[in-house]
Write a new protein. Structure first.
Length: 586
């Protein structure tokens, strides 16, 4: 076995290698059974084989989300080599362009990459477009802003497509042209200025575009219905003034050639708004609407926005597929975990769990109000039987009983305490501790001060130590007990005013905090008590979250008919106090 195959890496190192957040790695471990199993470390900080991780990243397409060709320890380069020469031209990024890591993508770029990754290989020509060609496949964006989507198209297909955009704002149109001139990988392009509805500069591509991608502007409350009520672009119905996104959807569809694909980002309200029901129903009935994909919040150009991707294809003939594929990715903890490659989307469509994807019959959608929210049609809860609920309830009851029996009862001090205090500054000058900056990597046993008023904790040596650390205090374990310090600092630190927005003490304030002066054995007695209480607090917090989840699942079971509303509760009659006459019948 080579040294590279023996090398182990933590989840944090995997995140740096892949250019994603740690939450994405956690999601991968939960969602993908084939994710490499730990080969070392412990439950708090497992380690993984680097060779297995790199192989998994390449097999799943996650490797294509990394940066330029090569291997490094910093996570800034791709783990896979150049695609085989047999791969289609349109699936390789241009060699001379450095691909960005997922973590470096800015506002709207995640949405752009996910959108463009849905386009099929047939969107592009088999070879680069020659100068003067009149038969080049064109990809349009009729609301191109600064060309974020078109740049993503260029990143994927290179010079095998022509990029065409229109933007109403002149300054943004100029920026779009500049960006494409600098980064379009040699692809021919044209950018037009004007209102796409009132002055469509792309009418030469009506019925001819290979694909259309679009993130309609959010600041357009209504479209000019009075002026365009009879426009032939409204193939599925005239949108109401408030349904501007349905106007954009039809505008995009009107430009598609047979079998051409359009991917449009729409707000969730467009999926359900009553005024647009007739248009949604016609999109479903005609077979034009193929997929609806709910995305996590924050992927669009505007912060904290929610989007669904509508995937439309101009039917080649009258026969349409019998279903609309509903995909619910809104619950992903990390937007970077949304597929960014065509192969990754295809794997998701083929293998996704029923709590994420469902092919909904068109007649089912048409029987109601043409509600197109994936969450309406996908059961996000794993199905459980009444026996499953009974087992979980019994386990919870047993856990609460054991915790109740384990609640500590502390003794009364033999004499009143009158301690002598010492400050952290004095302890630092004596060499018993060192106050470090937040950039210091915590080690197991260090005392950690955290942001936003959270209590200090003792570092465990795991990846969670990096969460919200404000200051690191290194402890001389032969002179001080870290849990003892955390016990008394928790009270003293809360009593001091904090002026900064992160809610943390300054170093000077920390040096003024006091703890009782006592022997190391006495410190450990306090430290043991504090550690027990902290563990109990963690268990109760986790148990409370679990209980809430069980109650939510039980409510779901009642509403879906898995459970009947009749129920009983466990009564400990030998411990209960007898009810008086006034309360017995309540």
């Amino acid at each position: 076995m080579s040294p590279a195959e023996r090398e182990e890496m933590t989840a944090a190192a995997i995140a740096r290698l892949a250019g994603v957040g740690r939450a994405a790695v956690s999601n991968w471990r939960r969602r993908y059974p084939a994710f490499p199993q730990p080969v070392g470390g412990d439950d708090r900080r497992p380690t993984f084989s680097r060779a297995e991780v790199e192989a998994w990243l390449k097999d799943t397409g996650k490797g294509d989300q990394l940066s330029t060709a090569g291997r490094t320890d910093t996570g800034t380069h791709r783990v896979d080599q150049e695609a085989p020469h047999s791969a289609p031209h349109c699936d390789r990024l241009p060699k001379e362009e450095e691909e960005q890591g997922i973590a470096a993508l800015g506002s709207g770029q995640l949405l752009a990459r996910a959108t463009v990754a849905l386009l099929p290989r047939t969107t592009a020509a088999a070879r680069p477009i020659e100068a003067g060609s009149t038969d080049e496949p064109a990809v349009l964006d009729p609301a191109c802003s600064k060309a974020t989507l078109l740049l993503a198209v260029a990143d994927r297909f290179g010079d095998a497509v022509k990029l065409v955009g229109q933007e109403v704002e002149e300054s943004d149109a100029s920026a779009a042209a500049h960006n494409l001139r600098s980064n379009a990988h040699g692809a021919p392009y044209e950018i037009h200025t004007g209102d796409s509805f009132l002055d469509n500069q792309l009418d030469a591509y009506l019925g001819k575009a290979a694909a259309v991608v679009c993130e309609p502007p959010l600041d357009l409350p209504q479209w000019p219905a009075d002026e365009l009520g009879t426009d032939p672009r409204w193939e599925f119905g005239v949108p109401a003034p408030r349904d501007s996104e349905l106007a954009w959807v039809q505008h995009c569809y009107a430009h598609l050639r047979p079998r051409g694909l359009a991917v449009i980002a729409v707000a969730p309200r467009t999926c359900v708004q009553p005024s647009g029901e007739h248009i949604r129903a016609e999109l479903v009935r005609s077979g034009a609407l193929r997929d609806v994909i709910a995305l996590p919040k924050g992927m669009g150009s505007a912060p904290d926005t929610e989007f669904c991707l509508w995937v439309l294809q101009r039917p080649y003939d009258a026969a349409a597929t019998e279903t609309v594929r509903m995909v619910d990715l809104a619950g992903l903890g990390d937007a970077a975990d949304v597929p960014q490659e065509f192969a990754a989307w295809q794997r998701l469509f083929a293998d996704a769990h029923s709590t994420i994807l469902r092919a909904v019959p068109r007649r089912e959608l048409l029987n109601g109000d043409a509600n197109l929210l994936p969450s309406r049609h996908i059961n996000s809860h794993a199905e459980a039987s009444p026996e499953d609920f009974l087992q979980v309830t019994d386990r919870l009851q047993a856990m609460y009983t054991r915790i109740g029996q384990g609640l500590p009862r502390f003794a009364t001090p033999a004499k009143s305490a009158n301690p002598v205090y010492v400050t952290f500054g004095e302890l630092e000058r004596a060499g018993a501790l060192k106050i470090r900056s937040r950039e210091t990597t915590p080690r197991a046993g260090d005392l950690l001060l955290r942001t936003f008023g959270r209590p200090p904790i003792v570092a465990s040596g795991g990846a969670e130590d990096d969460n919200g650390v404000a200051q690191v205090v290194e402890i001389d374990g032969t002179r001080l007990d870290a849990h003892f310090l955390a016990t008394f600092l928790r009270i003293d630190a809360n009593a001091l005013p904090v002026s900064n927005t992160l809610g943390v003490l300054s170093r000077e304030d920390l040096r003024r905090c006091r703890v009782p002066r006592m022997s190391l054995p006495d410190q450990r007695r306090y430290g043991d008590a504090f550690r027990h209480l902290q563990q109990l607090e963690d268990v109760l917090t986790t148990l409370a979250k679990t209980s809430t989840h069980v109650i939510e699942q039980t409510i779901h079971g009642l509403t879906t008919g898995v459970l009947a509303p009749e129920f009983t509760t466990s009564q400990h009659t030998d411990e209960a106090e007898p009810a008086d006459d006034e309360t017995r019948d309540l």
